[in-house]
Every structure is written in structure tokens, then in C-alpha cells.
Design a protein. Structure first.
Length: 194
């Protein structure tokens, strides 16, 4: 296995020269940072470019391993998540959790994709009963989400094909046990890219 620094160079080589992050940093900037051995900065900029520019699963695999070697656990999980989205598609929603007085949840949950609640996404069994689906939750731009709070989230369904019917504006509910834990409005659905 290559070292993290080689992996970062390889990931940069997978990008077209005109790829740019939202903050204006370019692949050329990444190469300069590689020359200065600014490894964590290189990883961050490559992630930012990958978040706004279509990239391959291989790109995310390289970054995942580099982040693992650099012991940057949250970055590693994000790169794994983004690779999963390339393979399976993207579902984003605005999630509002019920307040602590209304629901079972009394504390915040970590927003890094480890929570796997059940979701009512409108599917029913052959007998007409409501079927629940499971999806991991990644909270965008926040480390955690607590009772009564609202944030944009990304969902990684255990069975992505069961979620393909969703479209922008659909309302789905998050459940922890039988009780409703939150309500989400779908804001983006993108098909797999690989």
C-alpha cells in the first residue's frame, strides 16, 4: 500500500486541470501544497474539489486511505460516505428533530454517519402495511444534531433501490423505535454516477 502522500498525489492526478473548489482553489494550488508538504491542507482541498466536481469512486478510495493513514477519522468517514454516494446516488433532506419533550431522544447524536434510524418513505407491503427503511444520517455543516434542531442531512439507505421514487419536496419521517423522531423534506435526489 502506498503512503498517504503518494495517495494524495494520485488523487490529484485523477482530477481535470480545470477542477476548482468552491473557495477558488485549483488543482494547481493542490500541487503547490504537495510541494510544500502541507498534507492535511492537501487532503482538505481535494475533498472540497471532490464535493463540487464529479469524481470517481477511485478518487474517494485514495482519499479514504490517505485520511486513515493520517489518523483523520472524520475525514476518512466523509470520504467513505462520498464514495458510497458515487456508487448509490445522493439523497439530501432538511431534517427537523422533534423536541425532547415530544420524542424519545434527549441528547444530540453525532452527525458523522453512524446513526442508522428507520424511515417512513412511503413504501408499503403487499398487504398494505407501512414498511420502514433504514438509512444512515450525515449532518451537513455540523458535528451533531439535537432534539428540536433542524439541519440539512445526507442519507445513505441500506437498500438504495427502495428510495429511488423520492423527489424534491417529498416529506419523510425518521423513527427511533416506534415514535417519530423527526420530519425531513427531500431537497435533492441524484442517481448513481458509476
Amino acid at each position: 500500500m502506498d503512503d498517504a502522500f503518494t495517495l494524495l498525489r494520485q488523487a490529484a492526478d485523477l482530477l481535470p486541470e480545470d477542477a476548482v473548489a468552491e473557495n477558488g482553489q485549483t488543482v494547481g494550488d493542490v500541487r503547490e501544497d504537495i510541494g510544500r508538504q502541507e498534507w492535511e491542507m492537501v487532503l482538505d482541498v481535494l475533498i472540497e474539489i471532490g464535493d463540487v466536481h464529479p469524481v470517481s469512486v477511485d478518487f474517494w478510495k485514495l482519499l479514504t486511505e490517505a485520511a486513515r493513514q493520517m489518523m483523520l477519522d472524520r475525514s476518512r468517514r466523509w470520504c467513505e460516505w462520498r464514495g458510497w454516494e458515487v456508487r448509490h446516488g445522493i439523497v439530501r433532506a432538511t431534517l427537523s428533530l422533534v423536541g425532547a419533550e415530544e420524542g424519545r431522544r434527549r441528547t444530540s447524536f453525532s452527525g458523522d454517519g453512524r446513526l442508522r434510524p428507520m424511515w417512513d418513505i412511503g413504501n408499503h407491503s403487499a398487504g398494505g402495511e407501512r414498511e420502514m427503511s433504514i438509512a444512515r444520517v450525515w449532518v451537513e455543516y455540523a458535528q451533531e444534531l439535537g432534539p428540536g434542531e433542524t439541519a440539512d442531512v445526507r442519507l445513505a439507505p441500506m437498500s438504495p433501490e427502495q428510495w429511488r421514487h423520492l423527489k424534491c419536496g417529498d416529506v419523510i419521517t425518521m423513527h427511533e423505535a416506534r415514535s417519530v423522531a423527526g420530519t425531513a423534506t427531500v431537497i435533492e435526489v441524484l442517481p448513481p454516477r458509476s
